[in-house]
Structure formats: structure tokens, C-alpha cells
Design a protein around this ligand. Structure first.
Ligand SMILES: [Zn+2]
Length: 106
């Protein structure tokens, strides 16, 4: 196949297909208010962590740090250009930050 005018888009995995599909998918999600799922990560050597999923896609990781305060939680959001590292003062803030960043990020 060398026909460049009919590119095939991976509609089952739009986030990893191409920037155009990624953007379109996020726009669609923003309108439908994406539902996120949280899985507690069981790992002895790591602090309390939650993996954030949108559908089957792992989109962020929330980790409790040692100290409390405005940086008590580390928020890593998976983005096409690389991971974004953010901090939050509470689990609630960390979740809101992750969802917001994932939804608008490009
Ligand atoms: Zn595409």
C-alpha cells in the first residue's frame, strides 16, 4: 500500500494513532465527560500509589509522598510528548489534577 491519500487510522487506539486522532478523541471525551477508573497499586517497595485508567488506557499515576503538605502527592500524567510531573496536596486534588491534565493535554 503506497496510497498516501487514504491513511489508515487506528480508531480502536486513537490516542496512539496520530496527533489528529489523539486530539479528536480528547475533544470527544471532553464533551462526554470521561469516566476514570482508579486502581490501587500493590507494590511493597513503592509508596501508596494509584493507577488512573480511562477505559483500558493507563493515563496517570498518583503516588503518596512521605510528607504531608502541598506536595504530598505526586501526579504523573502520560502525554504524547512525554510524562508530565505535577504535585498536589491531597488525593482529591491529585485526582482532579490528573483528570484535568489528561483531558486538556496535548
Ligand atoms: Zn490517526
Amino acid at each position: 500500500m503506497t496510497n498516501a491519500t487514504t491513511p489508515r487510522h487506528d480508531t480502536k487506539n486513537p490516542l496512539t494513532c496520530c496527533p489528529r486522532c489523539y486530539k479528536a478523541e480528547l475533544l470527544g471525551r471532553a464533551m462526554r465527560s470521561p469516566i476514570f477508573r482508579y486502581d490501587k497499586v500493590d507494590a511493597d517497595e513503592r509508596p501508596l500509589s494509584y493507577a488512573v485508567y480511562h477505559g483500558a488506557q493507563h493515563v496517570a499515576t498518583l503516588s503518596r509522598r512521605g510528607a504531608s503538605g502541598p506536595t504530598a502527592y505526586e501526579v504523573r500524567v502520560v502525554a504524547p510528548g512525554g510524562e508530565q510531573e505535577l504535585v498536589a496536596g491531597s488525593l482529591r486534588d491529585a485526582r482532579a489534577l490528573a483528570e484535568e491534565t489528561y483531558t486538556v493535554e496535548l
